[in-house]
Design a protein. Structure first.
Lengths: 311, 311
């Protein structure tokens, strides 16, 4: 019987592991099929995690420095995919791929959310080197330079607005001629001098070299055009990685919102006692490493308090 | 007119400064009378901030690494004490010591909370070198060793319980013969073999040398006794630093709870539009650097979104 099962090995899960084990829990396992680290390992540079300001280090190197620390206090790592979590009486049953099960007194789910890819040529090749899905994270790297944004929803236009305060020009490429975003957002974007809307257009390719992206080729009404930009931001939606919280009938075991994000309070408590959520999969998540790590610490302290109450 | 006024220079305020300026706000000032850094600068060692795991560095050195980064993107520092914040129409007026005022479109309050000192001999001298006010932060440094706890409230007993899972013995020193903590908490603590309650006792002195604390002298019913412990945890209450949120009549300008902690939601929004709170002064704060920093990032992104909506 685990004191705590942590599902997901990004910043939230790792920090939950650090805080539970350093807080005296003896039997804590983090389930992550691959190497822990999370999405940030795909970034080529990080400058907004407080206390870490080294332009020569990549996201992979940044998370390297977390590994020793987060596993130093006794956290175990199980390289297994979790199929689902169920509350069985007072405890939880974690079903792993292949069907084996593990029992746990508490669970922290921190499986994140995954930005969708648009599918154009060069998207994967240049991801983290010019292609980004996070304006907050990467906008500043294009200060005073032109960038392109792909998408037409609320997020795309809000992020385009955010970028317009940093970058010289923002070209929004959208496949339709109207926008799904809220009318007030569309109005605001249209009033901004350095935002340019390119409608009825589809990105064909992002191209560049060893230094990163040089430009974008898009097709507008049958004609191929080019934009010489060093950065392209893709906002075509997110998948919340919440499948472990679905039972065998596909129903969620805890409350989620319309987008499948887990509903939590300020203590990262879900609607199920002993089950906590942390990081990008929860409602209102700012989707920043430091905030996910804060969630992980918060959830871990609540796990310890919950176990104390049961003692 | 400031885009954003940040009040308080601890981890929450500094991170809010980093995220607002890196997010493109041109005119952001952090008000902090002294050197930014916060309470953590009083610690001799930090091992629970993810990504920072260097036992040779002090809290002061740890926060040093934040300064360059958080001020790199244009954040200004005003070494002034803020008297109060008032919402005047759509904007805020910040009154500084001496009576001068500054206008701001948004405000992030991050003035923290200050653990009370008990007032015994050696308390200040050994603070951060054996005397602590945070079991989560410092408990692990006494793994397998005996520690003393001062206090008799809920926090004191809950923290004693937390420490009992890490330390060999926990001696709780309390000035009365009964405890103010919830009966269930008192029962739980009494059932724990390695927690020892010392009642009707007052700490006279904590003593030690250059390496830190060697022990505690306390007076129990007229007799001076000693405990040879390397760590003493003082839990005699907190002062929430909320005075800047009081108007001239002493009423709070936003909703606070019974303890004076600012009520926020997951976005760090207070009950006043454009006013955000972050870090240890808010409700349910885990009082950890990484969580305060997460709050600061969250509040900053909300500041930017709020200003965009007004654009």
């Amino acid at each position: 019987m685990l004191d705590c099962a942590i599902i997901g090995g990004g910043p939230a899960g790792l920090t939950a592991g650090l805080y539970t084990t350093r807080g005296g829990l003896k039997n804590v396992t983090l389930f992550e099929l691959g190497l822990p680290g999370g999405q940030i390992t795909q970034s080529s540079e990080i400058e907004n995690y407080p206390g870490f300001f080294d332009h020569t280090k990549t996201g992979m190197q940044f998370m390297d420095s977390w590994q020793e620390q987060c596993f130093h206090f006794g956290l175990k790592h199980e390289m297994k995919k979790v199929e689902r979590v169920a509350k069985t009486g007072e405890h939880f049953t974690i079903t792993l791929e292949g069907g084996s099960t593990v029992e746990a007194k508490t669970v922290v789910v921190a499986t994140g959310s995954t930005p969708k890819r648009a599918g154009f040529k060069g998207e994967d090749e240049f991801f983290g080197r010019g292609v980004s899905t996070c304006a907050t994270c990467d906008g500043f790297f294009y200060k005073g330079k032109p960038v392109a944004v792909l998408g037409g929803g609320d997020t795309a236009l809000e992020e385009a607005f955010y970028l317009s305060n940093i970058c010289s020009e923002v070209y929004v490429i959208h496949r339709r001629d109207s926008f799904r975003a809220a009318p007030s957002t569309v109005d605001r974007v249209k009033r901004k001098d350095n935002i340019h809307l390119i409608t009825n257009a589809v990105i064909e390719e992002v191209y560049g070299g060893v230094m990163g992206v040089d430009g974008v080729k898009y097709n507008q009404e049958g004609e191929t055009k080019e934009l010489a930009v060093p950065g392209l931001f893709v906002f075509v939606g997110h998948n919340v990685n919440n499948s472990v919280l679905k039972d065998e009938n596909g129903s969620f075991i805890c409350d989620v919102n319309d987008w499948g994000e887990v509903i939590v309070n300020l203590s990262m408590k879900t609607s199920v006692e002993g089950l906590f959520a942390a990081g990008d999969m929860r409602i209102e998540a700012p989707k920043q490493v430091v905030a996910a790590a804060g969630d992980g610490a918060t959830a871990a302290l609540q796990v310890i308090a919950y176990l104390q109450e049961q003692a």
